[in-house]
Write a protein that binds this ligand. Structure first.
Ligand code: IVH
Length: 703
């Protein structure tokens, strides 16, 4: 007995076991969440919670490095760089599929007829059951699990020998590093590694911004990522995976699985944690294959990834065995294609488009080409540097890609055509093709921009919405739809037109009632009383956000000091750099803005329309007559907007608070003031109306 007690009091095994148990619990939790997030697309915890548990596991593993195993969620990216990719001989060869290039219904009918013939069926025999799947446009992968752990991932290669890419495949969150108990001790899962379209676009956008190499299509990006020697690079190229088959598996005679159909096998893969496409369906006979081809074809654009066709597979595994192979292609499967999403055509010209934010995009005008289901005549070239990198010139044969609803783009040059002598390298225009304002490209930026801002028709809607925003001129009721109508009907061309709006032109708009038109006019009138900071912010000068606008207003005090009375007397870049928190990019941008005659005109007209603000002496603060006072605003004031009142009070040094207490100096109450007014009266806090507040601001002591 005493010996036993001794054993129990021995500290070592218990202490060792504790962290191991904890580590396992944390890993299980993280794996469950990752499966829900990446495979099922049903996140169950906030990202922050996942991160917290992940860090907890990391910390525990750092304390107990001997407990780190390669299948821990913390070990997906391995730091080491490979010297090369080792060859891997596949235990079961990786096959290819016969491709049916007839993209019409007849393609599916021909396959069904062939299968029936080879099985010796007559017309009176029942329809064959197939499994219909999307044909994912990525690259085939074989994942080998031994005793529940991922031990090897290999590319298809020539079907017999592929390459070992385990280090990279481990970075794919959709691929489990461990599989649940009860899964056959030897399991090879076959499927497709691919890149989602959104991930591909984001990756290329990032590469473009950083001046790096862009990828031609998601398949190329995925293939490149999979074959990296450094898995840290792969980890930055988000890949996904779909399982669609098996390779070598523990035989049934040794306790392995005994599936009757392909579909059963897919269900098992799903239950073991592998992603299986939700598009997969059972289809009976040729007619249902045709329907599947149509249905998936119609939703092709809406799928988050590229497919280049669908695959039909005979569902019963015994029939698959009967049908066998012809060279390296099974007779029980076929790939039925869709029209291509990439086609070659000729560049006839290169034009420039101006976007809502002023970005200039070079656009290739193409000889019409049918690609991705539509006839394409224009394709984006993104920016000047992309054109140079790809070497695109007028007259060239190029590859155009249109996948999904994405804007068609030129992905590369096939052959440089005979170039007429007059064809020069493309150059960006120095003036905006829409408004004639200067075009600039900022240091470190790939994109050229029009400096016209609110003057440029292409940027008009965006500029008006920004001007009207609550933190800018605060024009209530001037929303998205109304601005669309006003700009499209040409009622508003520039910002000052807003203040020239009359009741009749508003009421003439569709679905605009008399009352709402009057409300808009009242809101416009009210917005005229503003501050210099709000006005500057509202102009939409690039890089001038709300706080920079405040800094500029405070530093220069008056608009004249900033913009000058002529081009020559406007603040110089050097003078702008004297403003606290203003750097070279902002200084240059403000300077360029006020050097555009159009912009000066707009500003002058706005003032002529009655936009005004209390001017401050240059570089000085308004007298801080309300310093130390706390004021609460409540209800609707007769003329001032809440933000305007707040700005005025703050400019005079007051603190504007949201709740009434004994420490509140004044409550300024308008119409429909509720509980705050009651609270003020209860506490004996002085209550002012708008007139009282204005009196207070002008230095009078309220009665
Ligand atoms: S089954 C027995 N199913 O297509 C055939 N392949 O040309 C084994 N692919 O290399 C493959 N989607 O990369 C199969 N649902 C799918 C597929 C698919 C895409 C690819 C795969 C393979 C190629 C065959």
């Amino acid at each position: 007995m005493t010996e036993n007690l001794d054993l129990f009091s021995a500290p070592t095994p218990v202490d060792k076991a504790q962290p191991a148990i904890k580590i396992k619990a944390l890993r299980d939790q993280l794996n469950t969440w990752a499966h829900q997030y990446y495979v099922l697309d049903e996140p169950t915890v906030p990202d922050a919670e996942y991160d917290r548990v992940f860090r907890e596991l990391q910390a525990l593993e750092a304390e107990h490095p001997d407990l780190i195993t390669p299948d821990s969620p913390t070990q997906r990216v391995i730091g080491a760089v490979m010297e090369g990719l080792a060859p891997v001989r596949h235990a079961v060869p990786m096959l290819s599929i016969h491709t049916e290039t007839d993209t019409e219904a007849t393609g599916a009918q021909a396959f069904d007829a062939r299968v029936r013939r080879e099985l010796g069926l007559s017309e009176s025999d029942p329809a064959i059951e197939y499994v219909a799947e999307p044909k994912f446009d990525g690259l085939a992968m074989s994942l080998r699990y031994e005793i529940g752990r991922l031990v090897q991932a290999a590319t298809r290669g020539d079907g017999e020998v592929g390459e070992d890419v385990t280090h990279n495949i481990r970075t794919i969150r959709q691929i489990p590093l461990t599989v649940p108990e009860g899964v056959p001790p030897l399991l090879e899962v076959r499927g497709e590694v691919y890149m989602r379209r959104a991930d591909f676009d984001a990756l290329n956008e990032r590469q473009r911004e950083q001046g790096g190499k862009t990828f031609v299509n998601p398949r190329n990006a995925a293939a490149g990522a999979v074959r990296q020697l450094d898995s840290r690079i792969t980890a930055q190229r988000p890949l996904s995976f779909f399982a669609y088959g098996l390779g070598a598996v523990t035989p049934a005679s040794e306790g392995g699985p005994q599936f009757r159909t392909h579909f059963e096998m897919l269900q098992a893969l799903k239950s073991w944690g592998f992603p299986v496409s939700a598009q997969v369906q059972i289809a009976k006979g040729a007619s249902e294959l045709v329907a599947f081809h149509r249905q998936v074809g119609a939703s092709r654009d809406a799928l988050p990834y590229d497919i280049d066709g669908v695959v039909y597979k005979v569902n019963r595994l015994d029939l698959q065995r009967d049908l066998g192979f012809k060279t390296r292609e099974p007779r029980w499967a076929v790939a039925h294609k869709y029209p291509a999403q990439e086609m070659a055509t000729k560049v006839e010209d290169i034009g420039v488009q101006v976007g809502r934010t002023g970005k200039l995009t070079p656009v290739a005008r193409l000889a019409p080409v049918f690609v991705g289901g539509v006839t394409v005549t224009n394709a984006t070239l993104h920016n000047l540097f992309e054109i140079r990198k790809k070497g695109v010139r007028v007259g060239d044969q190029v590859v155009v890609r249109r996948a999904g609803d994405v804007i068609p783009e030129v992905v590369g040059v096939m052959a440089s055509g005979p170039r007429p002598a007059y064809v020069k390298n493309f150059r960006m225009p120095a003036q905006c093709p829409i408004c004639g304002s200067d075009v600039v490209r900022e240091k470190g930026e790939a994109n050229h921009r029009c400096t016209g801002g609110l003057f440029c028709a292409a940027q008009r809607k965006e500029a008006i919405l920004h001007f009207a925003a609550r933190r800018a001129m605060d024009i209530e009721g001037l929303g998205d739809k109304l601005v669309d109508q006003l700009v499209e009907s040409n009622v508003i061309r520039t910002l000052p037109d807003l203040y020239r709006l009359g009741l009749s032109s508003l009421v003439a708009l569709e679905r605009m009632a008399d009352k709402s038109a009057q409300n808009v006019l009242a809101a416009l009138e009210k917005s005229k009383d503003t501050t210099l900071a709000r006005f500057l912010f509202g102009l939409g000068i690039r890089h001038v956000g709300e706080s920079t606008a405040k800094d500029l207003a405070k530093h220069f005090g008056t608009l004249d000091a900033l913009m000058g009375t002529s081009l020559e007397t406007a603040a110089t870049v050097e003078q702008l750099l004297e403003v606290p928190d203003v750097g070279p990019i902002v200084a240059q941008s403000v300077h360029t803005f006020f050097q555009q005659p159009h912009n000066r005109e707009v500003v002058e007209q706005l003032i002529a329309c009655g936009v005004r603000w209390p001017e401050q002496a240059r570089g000085e603060k308004a007298p801080q007559i309300l310093a130390g006072k706390t004021i609460v605003l409540t209800g609707t004031l007769p003329t001032l907007g809440r933000d305007a009142a707040k700005d005025m009070l703050e400019a005079a040094g007051a603190k504007v608070s949201g709740s009434v207490s004994k420490k509140t100096s004044y409550v300024v109450a308008g119409e429909e003031a509720g509980s705050k007014l009651a609270k003020a009266q209860e506490l004996g806090v002085p209550v002012l109306d708008e007139a009282g507040m204005l009196a207070l601001l002008s230095g009078q002591t309220p009665a």
